[in-house]
Design a protein around this ligand. Structure first.
Ligand code: BG6
Length: 484
């Protein structure tokens, strides 16, 4: 029912950094799955461009191994692996010099969609963009794809935007936030704007508060070096949680198309108020449960970087004034789960006895795992003996509702790469959106840096530091339990 596959046009996709971790884990296995699904046409060509000396055969072997390692049983299920590998090519290029660019140019074909994926350090974005343009590889219809981190503060994001804008127009630049490619994240828009039911209640008159949680069980592991310069605020909040917040809070766009959707998201970010220091709780996971603690992973015994953050945000506009949005994300927590809970207000007056208790509806959108929606409704507790009320869930798991095909949906990277080839920017971040998100994030980070704040330790496999619980308790509210 769900997997209606429409093949994209033939394309040449050049992956700079094609031998790197992201390419091996996500980009190539994802393209292979689209090939098996019949969405990537047989005439497509993927060219890896990287520093290492290698030939096409060597690259194919590397990708075969990567697919076997990162794509489970898929190669057996899809007998097309050799066919897919034959679409791959390799060229050695010097991103900051002249070597390899002419060879790359000769590999590109006329009359195919051209996309250039920058799966490299952001410090190389400008150099690659310049060479693509000046050496005549990228014409007006070419697209470039860039990954997060898109800067580490407003100034660096502006500089990156400027270095790309010198050679490409905004409608050619696809900034990836892989959360926007997740099926259930897009479902947020379908739920809000495809139903009459929710929109009339979607405001501060009826909604008490919203909680957004993205919890992970993994630690920073081998990424300690990168992560320690970043922290949960830069790594998750500025981008992924911000996108979730935008989708849950934005006004209905006039159409589901790039300009309209991104304009509305931008308005939300610009309406975010600065966050008060006492509305922030930061934490660092301790050693335990058979693993080292954060500081050991980060290889800095004095690190002040947070692996957990919770904060309370306010959006100053008519729809949301007075309804706080609480964000929480962290590593080494008790379950891997991402969800958005919309907590409605209590009824204005209860016709029942005190004993019946006061109840509220909660709409929970589960992003992962077990994607679905649950609406808590209040009903009468069965049996005689008066009117006692109880909350029960109207629970819908998308895979139950949509059948086995629901498991076949493309993962975030697969979908986003296909959108690049189609030329659809709706699920990508625009330059002004990224800058606005940094403009809100910067003073928060500067605040705790100036105050020399040290994050509080929390137990691994817990719900985070005590301060995060207090953030809610002070407001007479409580976090939903973190459970898979
Ligand atoms: C990445 C972050 O962008 O998202 C990681 O850099 C994080 O630190 C990951 O683990 C989470 O993504 P997902 O899809 O597993 O929820």
């Amino acid at each position: 029912m769900v997997s209606r596959v429409i093949p994209v046009d033939p394309f040449d996709l050049v992956v700079f950094g094609g031998t790197g971790d992201l390419a091996r884990r996500k980009i190539l296995p994802g393209l292979f799955r689209r090939f098996c699904a019949g969405q990537m046409p047989a005439e497509a060509q993927i060219i890896a461009a990287a520093r290492s000396e290698m030939d096409a055969e060597g690259y194919r072997k590397m990708v075969r191994d990567a697919i076997n390692e990162f794509d489970g049983q898929r190669p057996d299920e899809c007998p097309e692996l050799e066919n897919f590998l034959s679409r791959l090519n390799y060229v050695q290029v010097d991103a900051q010099g002249d070597g390899g660019w002419q060879e790359l140019k000769e590999m590109l074909r006329k009359d195919t969609v051209k996309a250039f994926y920058f799966s490299v350090a952001p410090s190389l974005f400008g150099d690659i963009a310049e060479r693509l343009k000046n050496k005549g590889l990228a014409k007006r219809d070419a697209r470039i794809v860039v990954e997060k981190p898109f800067g580490r503060d407003l100034a660096s994001a502006q500089a990156l935007n400027k270095s790309l804008a010198a050679y490409f127009n905004e409608d050619q630049i696809y900034r990836i936030d892989h959360y926007l490619g997740k099926e259930t994240v897009q479902n947020l828009m379908a739920v809000r704007f495809g139903n009459m039911l929710f929109e009339p209640l979607w405001n501060s008159q009826y909604i008490d508060h919203i909680q957004i949680t993205v919890a992970e069980t993994v630690g920073v592991g081998g990424r300690g070096g990168y992560y320690d310069k970043s922290g949960a605020m830069r790594d998750m909040v500025q981008n992924h949680l911000m996108q979730l917040l935008c989708l849950i809070a934005m006004e209905p766009p006039s159409r589901f198309e790039p300009g309209a959707v991104r304009d509305e998201k931008l308005k939300v970010i610009r309406a975010l108020e600065p966050v008060e220091p006492h509305h922030i709780a930061r934490g660092q996971y301790d050693a335990g449960a058979g693993e080292a603690g954060y500081r050991e992973h980060a290889e800095d015994p004095r690190s002040r970087t947070e692996s957990f953050i919770a904060l309370k945000c306010h959006i100053s506009n008519w729809r949301w004034a007075g309804t706080p949005i609480y964000l929480r994300t962290g590593k080494r927590l008790k379950a891997r789960t991402s969800e958005i809970a919309v907590v409605f207000k209590e009824t204005p007056h209860s016709i029942f006895d005190e004993d019946a208790g006061r109840h509220r509806n909660i709409l929970t959108i589960r992003l992962q795992p077990n994607e679905g929606m649950e609406l808590g409704v209040t009903i009468k507790e069965p049996g005689p003996g008066g009117m006692r009320l109880v909350d029960v869930p109207l629970d819908m798991s998308f895979s139950d509702a949509l059948g086995p095909d629901a498991d076949e949906v493309p993962d975030a990277y697969e979908r986003l790469i296909m959108d690049v080839i189609r030329g659809n920017q709706t699920l990508f971040m625009r330059g002004d959106e990224v800058e606005a998100a940094w403009a809100w994030t910067d003073p928060i980070i500067q605040g705790w840096e100036t105050r020399n704040e040290v994050p509080k330790l929390y137990d691994p496999m817990s719900s985070g530091p005590e301060d995060a619980l207090m953030l809610m308790h002070r407001d007479g509210r409580k976090w939903r339990e973190i459970k898979a």
